[in-house]
Design a protein around this ligand. Structure first.
Ligand code: ATP
Ligand code: MG
Length: 279
């Protein structure tokens, strides 16, 4: 497997049945960066994530992860790749019958032979990271939307994936909770410098805070793919309008990053996980 897991999208066409949502999307979402995918509601951002995760197959184009075209990978190899992806779905996608602690260790408990104590310990570790350690035994319906999102993030990162995909991590959150979510993503980027982080968002404040790279989708196409400062300088009328309607971009992008180192994964868990990931 490659050491850098860039996501390289080339001429991607995708949709549902006969309904083409994405006509032609091209762009690079590099490893070690936070890439933000931006675009109006219904333009196909979640659809694009589905292609990367392998939940749907594109109609045309290429999708390379770590230099390998995932559409041509044998199933077993794709499964291995998929294990290295953590996903925060738009609605959190927590299982209602499980507590938070049980939900967040699902990626570990499904396939690995870890003891209950080990799973509990890993659950507490990631819940602490997202500030939910006091809610470990709550059920999802006993939590606020923002708490569910944070729990979704905890589950997405519990196995320390090479690729972290987050669908609208800040939508529906108050500005303070949203800023906290941004901080968490920045701290993931700092803690795991090779991780490929992709964030779908409408949130412009969040964009200027976290993005190293931006892709804007419009009318089924990648209208822009590049650095935030180049997006800010663009004279494309749609981009000017899209960005101008909300708060303008600050001149300096200053991340309110707090040190959130936390403790690492238990050595035995890491060993068992490592063996499973390499299988
Ligand atoms: N499972 C599905 N089956 C059929 N059509 C779908 C499905 N999911 C999404 N679509 C359609 O695909 C289009 C793009 O939807 P998608 O969810 O990708 O948009 P989005 O950019 O993520 O929007 P939002 O910002 O509101 O989340 C929409 O027209 C939607 O109706
Ligand atoms: Mg969506």
């Amino acid at each position: 497997m490659a050491t850098r897991w860039d996501i390289d999208i080339r001429g991607l066409k995708a949709g549902y049945g006969d309904h083409v949502v994405l006509e032609n999307v091209t762009g690079l979402l590099p490893a070690g960066c936070i890439s933000v995918i931006l675009g109006g509601s219904g333009c196909g951002k979640s659809t694009l994530l589905r292609q990367i995760i392998g939940l749907s197959r594109p109609m045309a184009g290429e999708l390379l992860i770590g230099g390998q075209d995932i559409l041509r990978l044998p199933k077993a190899q794709f499964r291995r790749l998929r294990r290295n992806m953590g996903v925060l779905f738009q609605d959190g996608a927590l299982l209602g019958a499980l507590t938070l602690a049980q939900n967040v260790v699902l990626p570990l408990s499904e396939h690995l032979s870890l003891s209950r104590a080990e799973l509990r310990d890993e659950a507490m570790r990631v819940l602490q990271l997202v500030g939910l350690e006091d809610f470990a035994d709550y059920y999802p319906n006993e939590l606020s939307g923002g708490m569910r999102k944070r729990a979704g993030l905890a589950r997405a990162i519990v196995a320390e994936p090479r690729i972290l995909l987050c669908d609208e991590p800040t939508s529906g959150l108050d500005p303070i909770t949203a800023a906290r979510m941004d901080e968490l993503l920045l701290s993931m980027n700092e803690r795991f410098p090779d991780m490929t982080i992709v964030v779908v968002s409408h949130d412009l404040a969040s964009l200027w805070t976290i993005a190293d790279e931006v892709m804007v989708i419009r009318d089924g196409r990648s209208l822009f793919c590049g650095k935030p400062q180049d997006l800010k300088a663009s004279t494309d009328p749609y981009l000017v309008q899209f960005l101008g309607r909300k708060a303008s971009a600050p001149d300096t992008v200053e991340a309110p990053l707090q040190e959130r180192s936390g403790r690492g994964m238990a050595a035995r868990v890491r060993k068992i996980l490592g063996r499973w990931l390499a299988r």
